[in-house]
Design a protein around this ligand. Sequence first.
Ligand SMILES: [Mn+2]
Length: 325
Amino acid sequence: MIVIFRNIDEQDIDSMTKWLNKQGVSMQIFDNDGTIIGKLYGNIKAIDSRFLYEWKSVINVISTECNHALAGNSKGKRTVTVGNVTFGQEFVMIAGPCTIEQEQDLLTVARAVADSGAKVLRGGAYKPRTSPYSYQGLGSEGLAMLERAGKECGLMTVSEIPDAQLLSQFDHIDILQVGARNMQNYYLLKQLGKCNKPILLKRGLSSTVDEWLYSAEYIMSEGNCNVILCDRGIRMGDRCVVDIAQLYNSLEMTCLPIIVDPSHACGNSNLVLPLSRAVASLAIDGLMIEVNADCQKTLCDGVQSLSITQYQQLVTQVDTIRRVI
Ligand SMILES: [Mn+2]
């Protein structure tokens, strides 16, 4: 059970805690930018939630008996606004290189995708790679390049944060991405729930939709409800697959905007365009596409990256499909 308080009212919280303790329930309090959340643990069944409204600073009591109290769809769709972009209200294109390697190439891509209507520039600075010998990214220097390119082209920015200790380095990045490998890093999710930036939460490589929504729940139950889900397919043999029927289901199950990342799902640039067309026909909220100035030269995910020309082609085709739908 989750209790949302209007403000920190020490007296109310103290007396409620004492009352709850008597019923065998404990309460943990979180303060997120003035939103005060109490998480209840223990013998919850002993509590009649209606009674908690007796405390005057209580605004809302949410049952967690339904699996996803905050990320579920019981209260209709949520939107997530980042600068001039509103996920859940418009179809958002996120594009850019897998990894930031070189400022000039990043700018070339940023200008091209902005001209084609993208609203968000992606680029990895910290890259959790399968092999420790693979390129690991430029770190803070890469983030600074991303910030400059975003500013110059009027694009919002998104980059993966692998560790909450790096949060201060992401001050000027607009959206924090949780990578597929970190979807179940609950400590990281809790820390991100305490910050006030929108989170792009990728689905884990082998996670069920249920687990994915619980991860969103970890962020939201700390007070940060600005979560955007990103389906990047799940592992099937040597490839990843976006299950389109299940994607439709996911859209029905959550209040959060869902975008799809066909680049990592396909692992091959030939397949990115057809998969994008297929998922664009569902009510998804956007696409995230890897685009590179020079796919041959790049150090990371070149095989699945689109050239600028291929990206422009994709945008035209996706737009056509969305108009039809
Ligand atoms: Mn990549």
